[in-house]
Design a protein around this ligand. Structure first.
Ligand SMILES: Nc1ncnc2c1ncn2[C@@H]1O[C@H](COP(=O)(O)OP(=O)(O)OP(=O)(O)O)[C@@H](O)[C@H]1O
Length: 230
C-alpha cells in the first residue's frame, strides 16, 4: 500500500533522513521506532506532504505522490495524527474532529461523528468545548479522532503516546486496535517501544536519519527497547 524508496529530507544544510526505504502492506501495522532526532517525524511529514523530499519517492496504492498536495494525499485516503496533537485550540472538539474530513458531505460527517463518539464517549461530552481546554490525553483523542474521521485507508500516527499517562495509552491503544479490526493500514512512530510493540506486526528502527534495522516485532524487540532507553 505504501512504498517509500531512498527518501531524503533536508532542512537547509541539515540532512534529517537519507536513503530511507520502507514498505507497508495493506492491513499491516508498522512501527517506526527511534530516539529524539532519529528522523521519524521527517519521514511521516514527507509521506503526508508537509515537507518536500529532496530525493526519492513515495508511492501510495500504486500512485506516485510527488506531485500530489497535502490535502490531495488526505483525500486519497491518508489520515494523519501529528506529533504533539496540534489541535486547533480555540475551535470546538466537534469542529476539530470533523476538520479531518472537511471535504466529505454532511451525511458522511454525521456518520463519522456518531461512530467516533461510540469509540470515544468523551467527544460527545465535550463536543462544544474549545479543544485547547482539554488535557493532553483528551487532546490526543481529538487528534486521533480527527485522523480517523475521513475513514482513511492508511493512518499515520506520529508518537501517539507522547507524554501520556498509562490510562490514556490504554485508551489510544484500544482505538488503534479498533482501526486494525476495520482493516486500516497503520504506520506509527514511537519512542515508547513497549506499548507500541504490542500493536505492531513489523517495524523499522531509525537512528541518525537512517533505517538501522527492520523485521518482525520479535526480531526488532531488543533493539527497539534499547532505543526506548536512549
Ligand atoms: N524544521 C526543522 N529545521 C531544521 N532541522 C530540523 C527541523 N525538523 C527536524 N530537524 C532536524 O532533523 C533531524 C530529524 O528530526 P525529526 O523531528 O524528524 O526526528 P524525530 O525522530 O521525529 O525526533 P522527535 O521524536 O524528537 O520529534 C533532527 O536532527 C532535527 O533536529
Amino acid at each position: 500500500m505504501l512504498a517509500v524508496k531512498d527518501l531524503e529530507v533536508r532542512y537547509g544544510g541539515i540532512t534529517a533522513i537519507s536513503g530511507v526505504s520502507i514498505d507497508v502492506a495493506e492491513g499491516e501495522t508498522v512501527l517506526l521506532i527511534g530516539a529524539n532526532g532519529a528522523g521519524k517525524s521527517s519521514l511521516i511529514n514527507a509521506i503526508i506532504g508537509l515537507v518536500q523530499a529532496s530525493h526519492g519517492s513515495v508511492r501510495f496504492a500504486g500512485r506516485d505522490l510527488s506531485a500530489v498536495s497535502c490535502d490531495g494525499r488526505a483525500r486519497a485516503g491518508i489520515g494523519y495524527s501529528p506529533e504533539g496533537r496540534r489541535v486547533f485550540p480555540t475551535m470546538s472538539v466537534a469542529d476539530n474532529v470533523l476538520s479531518g474530513a472537511c471535504w466529505h458531505g454532511g451525511a458522511s460527517q454525521r456518520q463519522a461523528w456518531a461512530w467516533l463518539c461510540g469509540i470515544f464517549p468523551i467527544l460527545k461530552e465535550r463536543a462544544s468545548q474549545p479543544a485547547g481546554q482539554l488535557s493532553g490525553g483528551q487532546q490526543q483523542i481529538v487528534a486521533l479522532a480527527r485522523a480517523m474521521s475521513s475513514f482513511p485507508k492508511l493512518l499515520l500516527l506520529d508518537e501517539p503516546f507522547l507524554g501520556l499517562a498509562p490510562v490514556w495509552i490504554a485508551q489510544i491503544s484500544e482505538a488503534i486496535r479498533h482501526m486494525q479490526q476495520r482493516g486500516t493500514t497503520i504506520l506509527m512512530t514511537e519512542q515508547m517501544a513497549r506499548p507500541a510493540l504490542k500493536l505492531a506486526t513489523r517495524g523499522y528502527v531509525m537512528r541518525g536519519g537512517e533505517v538501522r534495522r527492520s523485521g518482525t516485532v520479535a526480531e526488532i524487540r531488543d533493539v527497539a527497547l534499547a532505543e526506548e532507553y536512549l
